[in-house]
Write a protein that binds this ligand. Structure first.
Ligand SMILES: *Cc1c(COP(=O)(O)O)cnc(C)c1O
Length: 363
């Protein structure tokens, strides 16, 4: 069986070697030596002044909203993983969905201003599939209307925008290090804030709002453990290989599928992409379903990321986002991971190409 992703794992002995460090000190959490070292190495790798390692890619969104004191309407994307929306709801914010563009599926910057009201406090946008939003345009709108900007960069580890880590942008950028992501620590995430005051708040929130016996603010438990940090220390050594392999797989898909009436992601010229996902957009949903049936019969399990469009969740106020709804119904993410063999990839490509040529169902 070939799944949409397969978690990268380092050689087992490398993991136990890192774990031994925690064992020897009998210190397995509370921002221990391994977690601290991982933060330092991530900062160095990403060329960032500041980064906080945390429990997952969801709680960091919630802490960002708290630290920036966002309570009102937040302009956000309907095309993301559900956590982007639920983080807002969990923090008692009101998501206001703005439709996406149909080239890279990020929030459509040209539609943001029309959605701003006196209650709007922030923009929460996702660099979906690891491709950055139009950051320059969003920055301009945010400063004109005095809005905070949070980027859900859960997919974007290793992506660069204008030559810098994409985590450098926004008031806060967050990432997920979940086992399915490009760089992972099993469970995990991080947050990056430009303003030292916000960074300090995030650090305190992560550990119940206190340092030793000094209690500064309310907080929560968003720390991560030494066992998770150990996985990160191992995986970080392989990240360049992982990114390179993903690029090769991605480009082979792109080359093989480009002349088949399928839409693939367009990468902007100022972006160095991390090749996190290979989404392919069919002409209609019937064609997608047919492709999925064919792939499943061959033991290949792609995923309908992201479907449904988040504005259609049963617990939000529906507002139409025709582009996101249309893309969500027609997009499929193909298997893309470090160990994917070329012959398996060719099986996937052939299956899709053949589905396309026989499917004449799209009106
Ligand atoms: C994975 C993901 C998250 C949540 O990250 P976890 O580490 O699983 O909590 C948030 N946003 C997006 C866009 C994601 O893909």
């Amino acid at each position: 069986m070939i799944n949409v992703t397969k978690t990268f794992l380092p050689p087992f002995e490398e993991y136990t070697t890192q774990l031994k460090r925690a064992w020897d000190k009998a210190w397995i959490t509370n921002n221990g030596e391994l977690a601290h070292e991982l933060e330092e190495l991530l900062k160095k790798y990403l060329n960032l002044d500041h980064l906080l390692y945390a429990a997952n890619g969801t709680i960091v969104l919630q802490l960002a909203l708290k630290a920036l004191e966002i309570t009102g309407e937040v302009i956000t994307t309907p095309f993301s993983y559900v956590a982007t929306t639920t983080a807002l709801l969990w923090e008692n914010c009101t998501p206001v969905f703005v439709d996406i563009n149909d080239r890279n599926f990020c929030i459509d910057e040209n539609k943001i201003e029309a959605a701003i009201t006196p209650k709007t406090q922030a923009i929460l946008a996702t660099h979906v599939y690891g491709h950055p939003c139009n950051i320059a345009a969003i920055e301009k709108i945010a400063s004109k209307h005095r809005l905070k900007v949070i980027y859900d960069a859960a997919h974007a580890f290793g992506t660069q925008y204008n030559g810098n880590s994409v985590f450098n942008y926004g008031d806060v950028s967050t990432c997920s290090f979940h086992a399915t992501k490009v760089f992972h620590t099993g469970e995990g995430g991080c947050m990056v804030a430009k303003d030292p005051v916000i960074a300090e708040k995030l650090m305190l929130y992560r550990q119940f709002g206190h340092i030793g016996e000094d209690y500064y603010t309310m907080g929560i438990n968003a720390k991560n453990s030494e066992m998770h940090a150990a996985m990160g220390l191992c995986n970080l050594k392989y990240i360049d290989d992982i990114l390179l392999k993903r690029k090769q797989v991605w480009e082979h898909y792109a080359e093989s599928l480009k002349n088949h009436d399928l839409q693939i992601l367009e990468i902007d010229g100022n972006v160095s992409y991390n090749y996190a996902y290979f989404p392919v957009v069919f002409t209609c949903e019937e064609q997608l379903l047919e492709a999925v049936t064919d792939l499943n019969a061959k033991g290949i399990i792609p995923r309908r990321y992201f479907n449904p469009s988040l504005n259609k969740l049963p617990y939000v106020d529906y507002a139409p986002c025709p582009v996101a709804e249309s893309i969500a119904s027609r997009v499929l993410c193909l298997p893309l991971f470090y160990e994917l063999a070329t012959e398996d990839q060719d099986k996937i490509i052939n299956s899709i190409v053949n589905t396309k040529s026989i499917a004449k169902k799209c009106a």
